[in-house]
Ligand binder design. Structure first.
Ligand code: AMP
Ligand code: GLY
Length: 422
């Protein structure tokens, strides 16, 4: 089968490597992909938001199945467009992708269906938001309603900071129309867990849990990034918590989306915080997480492509979704300066013995040479019997990867390992 993957980061690289394990998959195209993904798929320079270009390419090239991975094309309705053109897809329709595309939508959904989440209010008027903040407890959390490249969340410790956050989103429009509406919510504390799940709208099958490391520097210092590393499974996510989440969060969410006429098919991402008062939803994403995917898929023992097709065809209940009982760690190497200003264009070398377990996020081929081309450049993963071994192994592999101005966190998994010792 000719398969097309929309997107071009480490997550897409991990998905491509995994679906190629299925012998039905004979040809893989990645739009736009990147210079590193080019080793595993035919990359086509069409932007992931160019729905006309993507649909035209798919039709003209006889694509038989499409996987739409990033938030932007999903929220814009890429799956709707491709399916209208007769191409079966993995990913939610536009009306279901709104669960990530609008925080006001997802918060109201949780309120209506009593799904545990931080207390909140939605605002469209800046003065009303200011008035509310006068009485709100600190710290408080200000979120832009729409997509904001993972930067639309500000945790404000003072009233001034909170007001500034509101103003930057609603008046200065730093996130464009994503700040037309804002959510102000209660600050929660506790370990964070990501649970990706497969769902066809009838059943929901959670994948192995994981933990992201969002801050740029060790000890969770520095700015928020797209993710500097991940581990799986997440030791805080016990079986008891998993059962609670299935009953109080996962199933109610699927049922709520059905009740709203917005059946969700694809990968639904649950970002959870394990608070003193139980697990609460911090965010939903309508897609695989990045870099969570890079630690979850290497532990998947069942066939990813078969599962994806079953999701598309509404027969997920017939599928086996089995995970290994090993652990996986992914360490992300970024360009120095990320997530703000950084240089790119440096030659990138990945030793052949670690290429299979390296997922390239930001690279290009220039004059026949692989060079860095993004903030996050790549993720190196390792699977082992224990988390400690997986982390050690991932760092060892990092020594086999080189580019100038490279930086990576040295403490990926440290907090999880401490939790395991406790
Ligand atoms: P989000 O983009 O919604 O995932 O938020 C980014 C990060 O901000 C999360 O991973 C949390 O670490 C933090 N965050 C979001 N909402 C809250 C909240 N209500 N309380 C505390 N931290 C939060
Ligand atoms: N790693 C966080 C995300 O994919 O949104």
């Amino acid at each position: 089968m000719k398969v097309m993957v929309v997107g071009g980061g480490g997550r897409e690289h991990a998905i491509i490597k995994k679906i190629k394990e299925n012998s039905k998959v004979t040809e893989v195209f990645c739009l736009p992909g990147n210079g590193g993904i080019a080793a595993d798929a035919t990359c086509v320079p069409i932007d992931a938001k160019d729905l006309d270009g993507i649909t035209k390419f798919a039709v003209e090239n006889g694509i038989e199945y499409a996987i739409v991975a990033p938030d932007d094309p999903l929220v814009l309705g890429c799956v709707d467009r491709l399916e209208k053109a007769g191409i079966p897809c993995f990913g939610p329709y536009k009306k279901a992708a709104v669960i990530e595309g609008s925080k006001a939508f997802s918060k109201n959904l949780m309120k209506k269906y009593k799904i545990p989440t931080a207390a909140f209010e939605v605002f469209h008027d800046m003065e009303e938001a200011f008035e509310y903040l006068e009485k709100a407890p600190l710290p408080t959390v200000v979120k832009a309603d729409g997509l904001a490249l993972g930067k639309g969340v500000i945790i404000a410790n003072t009233l001034e900071e909170a007001k500034q956050a509101v103003k930057s989103m609603m008046e200065d429009k730093v996130f464009g129309s994503s700040g037309d509406y804002i959510v102000i919510e209660e600050f929660l504390e506790g370990p964070e867990v990501t649970v990706l799940s497969f769902t066809d709208g009838k059943v929901v099958v959670p994948m192995i849990s994981s933990m992201d490391h969002k801050r740029a520097h060790d000890n969770d210092e520095g700015l928020n990034t797209g993710g500097m590393g991940t581990i799986a499974p997440n030791p805080y996510y016990t079986e008891e918590i998993a059962d609670y989440c299935m009953e109080k969060i996962f199933l109610p969410t699927i049922n709520a989306m059905n009740a709203e006429g917005r059946t969700f098919k694809g990968c639904l991402y649950f970002g959870l915080m394990l608070t003193e008062n139980g697990p609460k939803v911090i965010e939903y994403n309508c897609r695989f997480g990045d870099p969570e995917t890079q630690v979850v898929l290497p532990l998947l023992e069942s066939d990813l492509f078969d599962i994806m097709q079953a999701v598309t065809e509404g027969r997920l209940s017939e599928c086996e979704v089995k995970f290994s009982d090993k652990s996986c760690a992914c360490v992300v190497a970024a360009s120095d300066g990320y997530p703000t200003a950084y240089e790119k264009g440096f030659p990138l070398t990945v030793a052949p013995e670690v290429a299979d377990s390296t997922y390239i996020a930001g690279a290009a081929i220039k004059d026949g040479v692989l060079v860095t081309n993004g903030g996050r450049v790549l993720g190196v993963t390792a699977v082992a019997d224990t988390l400690k071994e997986a982390v050690d192994e991932a760092y060892k592999k990092m020594d086999k990867v080189h580019f100038d101005n490279m930086y990576y966190r040295k403490d990926i998994g440290a907090r999880a390992l401490k939790a395991l010792e406790a």
